[in-house]
Design a protein around this ligand. Sequence first.
Ligand code: ATP
Length: 355
Amino acid sequence: MSIEVRNIHKRFGNFAALNDVSLKFPDGKLTALLGPSGCGKTTLLRIVAGLEFPDSGQILLDNESATERHVRERQVGFVFQHYALFKHMSVFENIAFGLRVKPRRNRPSEAQIREKVTRLLELVQLDWLADRKPSALSGGQRQRIALARALAVEPRVLLLDEPFGALDAQVRKELRRWLRRLHDELQVTSIFVTHDQEEALEVADEIVVMNRGRIEQAGAPASVYNQPATPFVYSFLGNVNLFHGRVHNGFLETGDAAFDAPEHRDARDTSGTAYVRPHDIDIERYTEGARGLVVRLERVHAIGPLAQLELRRSDNAELIEAVISQERYSQLQLKEHETLVVRPRQVHIFLDQAA
Ligand code: ATP
């Protein structure tokens, strides 16, 4: 089922939690709503679900208006961060619950329920836990059961609100890969709320970056990561070095260096900021007359396949972070405190008034 929200506004008292949000969630895709705490992700999810109603705006399900439809009429399944499974029921009965409470006319038979729950337990790879109570499960297992329970009623939309938020990093990583595979198999339209950019980039088909009740950018993970539309998206999606300077005639001048800024050819002495990711920086040993930013190497963390360098310009207190391959690092034979030249391979320049 495709989902579209149009011009959604939602206030809580004087606070605008959603401010003119318009968005399409493609049919069968897994979309991540990503943004800092309080940006309105959960509010948008609850509005899609029909648990909350917008002050103005429209919701369309499969191109039909559903703005007034109640949660029961929207065929949605939920998984929350702390999903309260019924403590007194076995795993099997927890999953069966949604089927048993269906109105008599479309309630499946006992044999059908048994078959379905068994299939769902296999799907979430926990069939050996059918008879356990939730208290005897790990956090990760509970969330997989919560997902099986949400899927039992064959929702047309699956809404996941930080489903792995309460789990430790390792389990979280495993579960998000598992969710990705499960989604590939089922292809039910899903919206996944997270404030973890790595999680969103790894799991989602589409990413929607939100900030202060608005959408900053929506698109495929690679395009949002590689072509951030705003300074906020750039900083939120990963580590970034900022170089402030003046933009003039297609260049940003910062200290003794200049970066090409062809997209700002018409700018005349405007203040701007260059955004450079740590892995988009080339490092050379300093030689007289070298082009680039002259820096001093302050610290190196060289564990694993990458070496992380902390660099500092002489005219600037701000640290520059660069990440290079371990191979390149040993080739250069860098020593702490030596002078280097830094050349960014990829630079994004935003004029400051647009920030
Ligand atoms: P988090 O990642 O912390 O869950 P979020 O992006 O999901 O954040 P929301 O839960 O959508 O954010 O909340 C958006 C804003 O609206 C927050 O500032 C929140 O305090 C406020 N808000 C949400 N629900 C209510 C409510 N029922 N009454 C008053 N304010 C609310």
